[in-house]
Design a protein around this ligand. Structure first.
Ligand SMILES: [Zn+2]
Length: 434
């Protein structure tokens, strides 16, 4: 247990460095780390990890090795420039429990930038919020993990257990970054992921599958439309049948312990649609891409089987498809959901420090999306906690993170790190370099 003096020193150290933390977070946001373009942001993170004296390992994700794992997502892009960066702190004296602090560096596309009030990469601070693509999801958390560590050192302490700082890609598309870190052998006694959770601890998150459906038609002149078969009309028919399946899944979810309270927790999002070549030609192709979610406790395999059957049935029964069998393909996530088991020591420790920092009880929540916590939770049996700042407009225009909540979260992570790993008095040489 920390003394009250140690606690206060750590909290003061977070305050002391907070302006610098915000500036660093803004610098990270201004690196557009879209999928496959994370290298510059990873360079920056590698540098600051090395500046802190961490042993850094950086490697490209290997699609072949990932393919041997049941939790891997389909790799539909090149991984040539898709790299993990992990910084490891090795204690001088070993006493406490080890910890992985994880965050993802990849961000989703900006959408139409004219819909933003400023450039998504400008990283402006205004009225207590930091704006930008990835500000909330989740560069604020990624930076907080490192600044929490700084605060412990700046308080004249050093952890007495191994720490791994993971900056991973692919969280927004497959979950393969964190999975590759696990395959590489990185484990610990607990995992904390500082995704934007509005200051709550994630009790459960959903499983997610990405897939595409390609529908064929028969081309003809628009003047003789009846001689052709319209692939776009056929795609709409398949989408309508998928909507029925979505409704059925939500009805079933009404009985789920972690979803019952939520309105329409399971969403099939048609995120991309393309098809046809010419306004006066009946289109002979259409392809659309879907993100579908399903409850924790249902396997991705089972969910996928139902989706596949739904599309097949659609082809058999829908006149719009004219008997043409659509092709379904997995294109990314193939991930089960996860429920953080209650009663772990890690959770009790986090709840304790959160109470000390905020004066409030740590609330738990269900996230109706995917999070990398399932990787360590399901495949390594390690309690994987997700806890982070207040953020808004995730994946939307004018995404932003609240800085006061970020300060609180950084304090909670710093105290958690110190309590969980244990600390001892440090020598001056252990302090982080600026
Ligand atoms: Zn995220």
């Amino acid at each position: 247990m920390l003394t009250s003096h140690q606690r206060q020193s750590i909290l003061d150290a977070v305050d002391e460095a907070f302006d610098r933390q915000v500036r660093f977070t803004a610098q990270l946001v201004s690196e557009p780390s879209l999928r496959g373009q994370e290298a510059a942001a990873q360079d920056l993170l590698q540098q600051v990890m090395q500046d802190r004296g961490l042993q850094v390992e950086r490697w490209a994700l290997d699609p072949e090795e990932l393919a041997t794992h049941p939790g891997a997502g389909a790799v539909a892009v090149s991984y040539e420039h898709t790299e993990n960066v992990v910084g490891t702190y090795t204690p001088v004296t070993t006493g406490g429990r080890s910890l992985i602090l994880n965050g993802h560096v990849d961000v989703v596309p900006t959408g139409i930038t004219d819909f933003w009030s400023r450039s998504p990469w400008q990283a402006e601070v205004k009225d207590g919020w930091l704006y930008g693509r990835g500000a909330g999801d989740m560069k604020a958390g990624l930076a907080a993990n490192l600044f929490a560590f700084d605060a412990v050192l700046a308080a004249g302490l050093r952890p007495t257990a191994t720490l791994h700082f993971q900056s991973v890609p692919e969280e927004e598309s497959t979950g393969n970054g964190t999975l590759a870190a696990l395959q590489r052998g990185y484990t610990a006694d607990a995992v904390l992921i500082s995704e934007p959770t509005q200051g709550a601890l994630v009790r459960a998150h959903l499983g997610v599958i990405w897939f595409s459906v390609r529908v064929s038609g028969q081309a003809a002149h628009a003047a003789e439309m009846a001689n052709g078969s319209n692939a776009l009309d056929a795609a709409y028919a398949v989408i309508a049948d998928l909507r029925s399946l979505e409704a059925e899944w939500n009805e079933r979810a009404a009985g789920h312990p972690h979803l019952a309270e939520l309105d329409h927790p399971l969403n099939f999002n048609v995120g991309i649609i393309q098809g046809g070549d010419w306004p006066s030609s009946v289109p002979d192709w259409c392809e659309f891409s879907v993100r579908a979610s399903f409850p924790p406790g249902t396997s991705a395999e089972d969910a996928w089987r139902e989706i596949d059957e739904c599309v097949e049935r659609s082809a058999r029964t829908n006149p719009a498809l004219a008997g043409m069998a659509p092709e379904t393909r997995r294109t990314g996530f193939f991930a089960d959901g996860y429920v953080l088991g209650e009663g772990s020591e890690a959770e009790a420790t986090l709840a304790g420090v959160h109470q000390a920092v905020t004066g409030r009880e740590l609330e738990t929540t269900t996230v109706t999306g995917y999070i990398d916590s399932r990787v360590y939770g399901l495949f390594a049996g390690i309690p994987a906690m997700v806890f982070g700042p207040v953020a808004e407009k995730l994946h939307g225009a004018d995404e932003r993170v609240n800085l006061e909540s970020l300060r609180e979260v950084t304090k909670s992570i710093a105290l958690f790190l110190a309590e969980w790993c244990g600390v001892e008095a440090a020598r001056p040489g252990d302090r982080p370099t600026e």
